[in-house]
Design a protein around this ligand. Structure first.
Ligand code: GAL
Length: 450
C-alpha cells in the first residue's frame, strides 16, 4: 500500500512539443515555422543548435510510444505543428501533416494512452509572421480556422485539447525580452501579442463547443507563485506587481473577463493606447473552458525596486537550483494550486508540465542515473498531493519532459527528459531512473516512501 495515494481517476502522463522533438523540419510538405527561421539565424541559440533533426520523433514515434507504454503512461501531451497542417498558416491543407498526427494518435489509443493535443506550442507558420504574426489580429482568426480543421479531422480521436501553451512566453519572452522567436523587444508589441493569443484561444474554444465534439478543452498557463522578500509593505507591492505581470495578466482575462487594473493603469500612463482591444473581445476570451492546465517549475521571490518599470526585482534566495538556475521550491506548487482554487477555478486543473533540467551522463554500464530529478519529481508529487488533500480539484500530472529535447534558446544543452537522448549516437533512447520512478508512481498511484 502506497503511503501517498492519489485519487482513483488521477491521470499520469508526460509532455513534449512538436518543434522540440519532431525534427523533419522540411519533410512531407511542412511549411517553415518561426522557429525554423529563428534557429537558422546564427547567434540566436546556444551552439547554434536547431530543431532540424531534434529527437527525430517524426520518424520514430512508434518506438517512442512503446517507451511510453513501458513507463505505463495513462496520457501523453504533445503538440501539433501548425505549419505541418497548413504550410502557409491558412489556405491549403497538407494531408501528410494530418496523417502524421492521425497515425500518432491511433497508435497511442491502441497502446491505451490517452492523447492530449496542444494546438500551439510556439511554432507559428513563418508566412503568418511575415504579415505581423501574433501582433496581427488576423492571426487569431487563422488560428481558429486551423483549430477547426483539427477538430474536424481528429476530434473523434483526441479527448483532450489545449489551445495554447504559455501565452506569457509567447508574448513577453518572445516579444519583450526577445529571447524566443520572433525575437522582438517592444512592450506594446508584446501586449498586442498577448491579447491576440488570448483572443484566438477564446475563438477556438467557441468553435470547439460549436463542433459538438465530445472532448474537453482548456488552456495551459505558466504560473509561478510569487513571494515578497520580506514582510515590508514595499516588498508586498513588488510581489503584487510581479504576480500581475506573470500570472494575473493571463488568468484574469480567461477567468474573469478583464485585465488587472494595476497594470492597465501603468500601461495607460505610459502609452496613449497600449494595445487594441475590441468590444466583445473579453467576452470571447472568457468563454467557459473544461479545465485549466498549469506549467509549474519554480517560484519567484521579489523585492521592491523603484528604478524598475514594474517596481520589482527578482532575487535568488540561497537554495537548491536546477541546471536552468531555477530554484527547487515544491511548496510553491501547493501554494499556487490552493490559490487557483480559492480565486479562479474549482477545476479540474491539470499540471501540464513540471520537471527539471540536470546535467545527466551515461554511466559506464550504459544506464543514466538522475537522482536530482528523481528527488525533484518526488517532492513535487508530494506537493501536488498536499493540494489535493486541501481540496483542490487536481485531475492529472504531466511530467516535462518525456525525453530530452531542443530546449529553445538553450538548444540541446539542457536536459529535461525522463528518457535520455544520446545525440551523438543516432538519438538512442535510454530510460533514466526518473522514468522508473514515474513507472512506480503510476503502478502504485502514489509514493511508497514519504
Ligand atoms: C516551458 C515550455 C516547454 C519547456 C519547459 C522547460 O516553458 O512550455 O516547452 O521548454 O518550459 O523550459
Amino acid at each position: 500500500m502506497a503511503e501517498i495515494v492519489f485519487p482513483e481517476n488521477f491521470e499520469w502522463g508526460a509532455a513534449t512539443a512538436s518543434y522540440q522533438i519532431e525534427g523533419a523540419y522540411n519533410e512531407d510538405g511542412k511549411g517553415e515555422s518561426i522557429w525554423d527561421r529563428f534557429t537558422h539565424q546564427k547567434g540566436n541559440i546556444a551552439n547554434n543548435d536547431t530543431g532540424d533533426l531534434a529527437c527525430d520523433h517524426y520518424h520514430r514515434y512508434q518506438e517512442d510510444i512503446k517507451l511510453m507504454q513501458k513507463i505505463g503512461l495513462d496520457t501523453y501531451r504533445f503538440s501539433i505543428s501548425w505549419p505541418r497542417i497548413l504550410p502557409a498558416g491558412n489556405g491549403k491543407i497538407n494531408q501528410k501533416g494530418i496523417d502524421f498526427y492521425k497515425n500518432l494518435v491511433e497508435e497511442l489509443l491502441e497502446a491505451g494512452i490517452k492523447p492530449a493535443a496542444t494546438l500551439y506550442h510556439w511554432d507559428l507558420p513563418q508566412k503568418l509572421q511575415d504579415n505581423g504574426g501574433w501582433e496581427n489580429r488576423d492571426t487569431a482568426k487563422y488560428f481558429d480556422q486551423y483549430a477547426q480543421i483539427m477538430y474536424r479531422e481528429l476530434g473523434d480521436l483526441i479527448p483532450r485539447w489545449i489551445t495554447h501553451n504559455e501565452p506569457m512566453v509567447v508574448s513577453m519572452v518572445a516579444n519583450l525580452w526577445g529571447e524566443h522567436a520572433p525575437g522582438n523587444q517592444e512592450l506594446q508589441k508584446a501586449l498586442q501579442v498577448a491579447h491576440n493569443v488570448l483572443l484566438s484561444h477564446g475563438l477556438a474554444a467557441q468553435s470547439f463547443r460549436e463542433s459538438g465534439i465530445d472532448g474537453e478543452l482548456g488552456i495551459t498557463l505558466n504560473l509561478n507563485h510569487v513571494y515578497p522578500n520580506s514582510d515590508s509593505k514595499k516588498d508586498q507591492i513588488a510581489a503584487d506587481y510581479c504576480d500581475a505581470f506573470n500570472n494575473r495578466w493571463f488568468l484574469d482575462p480567461v477567468f474573469k473577463g478583464k485585465y488587472p487594473e494595476k497594470l492597465m493603469d501603468l500601461y495607460q500612463n505610459k502609452f496613449d493606447q497600449p494595445f487594441e482591444v475590441k468590444a466583445g473581445d473579453l467576452d470571447i476570451i472568457s468563454r467557459e473552458i473544461d479545465f485549466l492546465g498549469i506549467n509549474y517549475y519554480s517560484r519567484a521571490v521579489v523585492k521592491y525596486d523603484e528604478d524598475e518599470f514594474y517596481n520589482f526585482k527578482t532575487i535568488k534566495p540561497e537554495a537548491e537550483y536546477t541546471e536552468m538556475n531555477w530554484e527547487v521550491y515544491p511548496k510553491g506548487l501547493t501554494d499556487l494550486l490552493k490559490r487557483l482554487d480559492r480565486e479562479y477555478t474549482k477545476g479540474p486543473i491539470f499540471i501540464t508540465e513540471n520537471g527539471a533540467a540536470y546535467d545527466d551522463q551515461i554511466a559506464e554500464d550504459g544506464s543514466v542515473h538522475d537522482p536530482k530529478r528523481v528527488n525533484y519529481l518526488k517532492e513535487h508529487f508530494k506537493a501536488a498531493h498536499q493540494a489535493l488533500e486541501a481540496g483542490v480539484n487536481l485531475a492529472g500530472y504531466y511530467v516535462w519532459s518525456l525525453m530530452d529535447n531542443f530546449e529553445w534558446a538553450y538548444g540541446y544543452n539542457k536536459r529535461f527528459g525522463i528518457i535520455y537522448i544520446d545525440y551523438d549516437n543516432h538519438q538512442k533512447r535510454i530510460l533514466k531512473d526518473s522514468a522508473r520512478l514515474l513507472k512506480d508512481v503510476i503502478e502504485n498511484n502514489g509514493l511508497k516512501n514519504k
